[in-house]
Design a binder for this molecule. Structure first.
Ligand SMILES: Cc1cc2nc3c(=O)[nH]c(=O)nc-3n(C[C@H](O)[C@H](O)[C@H](O)COP(=O)(O)OP(=O)(O)OC[C@H]3O[C@@H](n4cnc5c(N)ncnc54)[C@H](O)[C@@H]3O)c2cc1C
Length: 409
């Protein structure tokens, strides 16, 4: 039986794969999103109990894709980011007002993002279709990549986008190496309710074990990402809710009053993993499959959405001009355009983890001086703010809030 063909096959319909598929609606390209886990399934890894801090650039991309109106009702604005070192004297604040913005970012529960993406995927034109299956094998050829799915079907794709997460099976099949740095840290994630509403304030507190982030959520709740050693994560998991809240109180202090409640707790091993290449022939790696970052600076999805904006723009252009969307030069052009943003965000995130997880007394002094310096020297702080907000590099059309349709009009 002849294989079905598609212009673009996106392997993985998580946050990143689904966003790309939506951005490609209207490009005239035949797009297939292949994922064994439907977006509603409880085990869907992208749409779990986490929340995501979206940068203003990500918001603009979601606006340009007309997704933001469905998200904004459940998005909590971040108006201040308060950065401190436990037991140290350095504190720095980043304020939306100082940046001339209404918000430095917005925090959205992943389940909300999942619901909105799923609904929009279901409403895509016929050219964009979802396939519930797992990709079992990939065979790159000169004109197409040949995929075999676990339901027995074959698919030939002019370009394959691997958006299948950190443990990307597609990356392995393509023979692309993964470089991994294990920080020996675990992120304990939960929603917590403090006595005082966070009211637009996000907190990043660096403790000897690792950074602790509390992000504001709608309804006076907070999303906690507490980075600890694997041993400490196990000990925390064994605690009842009251004891867990007491431990959190000790680590965070009383800036939000007493912690009253905690929801389901989930632990994620944290590291940095980078694929040796992000493009190989007619294949592109994107999202966690290309690069998985420590969540300390909330950059993983924001970086990936900027990739989505750049890649979608180039694929749209090829689709409209009737050109080959998998032409290796087009894909390499995409990877080159995104290289400096990747380097900067990775270096900033890795640097923050290393600087703030280290117990050496000299470093502790240095980072406190660093935080004080950032407060006194707005230039240094503004660099961090710009990076955190996704304004560090040249922006593709979607990231400037422009639709991809209008570029051809
Ligand atoms: C604790 C924590 C907090 C975070 N906070 C933030 C934040 O505040 N801001 C931010 O920008 N980022 C944040 N991130 C990062 C963000 O969550 C990731 O960037 C994002 O989840 C990556 O999504 P993805 O679609 O690339 O991968 P995934 O979410 O892993 O999705 C992969 C998809 O591929 C599918 N799949 C797997 N194998 C196959 C196969 N063989 N065939 C077909 N499909 C397959 C899976 O079913 C899944 O749907 C955080 C991460 C963590 C761990």
């Amino acid at each position: 039986m002849a294989a079905a063909t598609a212009d673009v096959v996106i392997v993985g319909g998580g946050l990143v794969g689904a966003s790309l598929a939506i951005a490609l609606g209207g490009s005239g390209l035949q797009v297939r999103v292949v994922d064994p886990v439907t977006a509603t399934a409880p085990e869907q890894p992208s749409y779990d109990d986490r929340s995501t801090a979206l940068s203003p650039t990500s918001r603009r991309i979601l606006e340009a894709l007309e997704l933001w109106p469905a998200i904004s009702g459940e998005a909590a604005p971040i108006r201040t980011i308060h950065v401190s070192d436990r037991g140290g004297f350095g504190v720095t604040r980043m304020q939306a007002e100082q940046e001339g913005l209404d918000a430095l970012g917005h925090v959205v529960p992943n389940r909300v993002l999942g619901r909105v993406l799923r609904e929009r995927l279901a409403a895509q034109p016929d050219a964009v279709q979802s396939v519930t299956a797992r990709v079992e094998s990939a065979e790159p050829g000169p004109d197409a990549v040949h995929l075999t799915l676990d339901d027995g079907t074959d698919l030939a794709a002019r370009v394959v986008v691997a958006a299948d997460g950190t443990r990307s099976a597609l990356r392995e099949r393509l023979g692309i190496d993964l470089r991994e740095t294990d920080y020996d840290q675990v992120g304990v994630v939960a929603n917590v309710t403090p006595a005082r509403s966070p009211d637009g304030r996000a907190f990043e507190r660096f403790t000897p074990e690792g950074p602790l982030a509390l992000l504001p959520l709608a309804g006076g709740h907070c999303s906690l990402v507490w980075t600890v050693s694997p041993q400490r994560a196990e000990a925390l998991a064994a605690l009842g809710d009251a004891d867990f809240l007491a431990a959190l109180q000790e680590a965070f202090g009383y800036r939000l009053g007493r912690f009253l409640r905690v929801g389901r707790r989930v632990a994620y091993p944290l590291g940095l993993s980078r694929s040796a290449r992000r493009v190989a022939g007619r294949s592109v790696l994107i999202g966690n499959a290309a690069r998985t970052l420590h969540p300390v600076a909330g950059q993983g999805f924001n970086l990936a959405l900027r990739d989505v904006a750049e890649l979608a723009e180039r694929l749209h252009g090829a689709g409209r001009r009737g050109e080959d969307p998998g032409a290796p030069a087009l894909l390499q052009g995409y990877a080159d355009a995104r290289e400096s943003d990747h380097r900067r965000v990775t270096a900033m995130t890795d640097g923050l983890v290393r600087l703030f997880s280290n117990r050496l007394p000299g470093l502790r002094l240095a980072r406190n001086l660093g935080l004080v310096g950032m407060e006194l020297l707005p230039g240094a702080r503004d660099g961090l703010v710009r990076q955190a907000m996704g304004r560090g590099s040249r922006l593709p059309r979607l990231a400037r809030g422009l639709s991809l349709e209008s570029q051809h009009g």
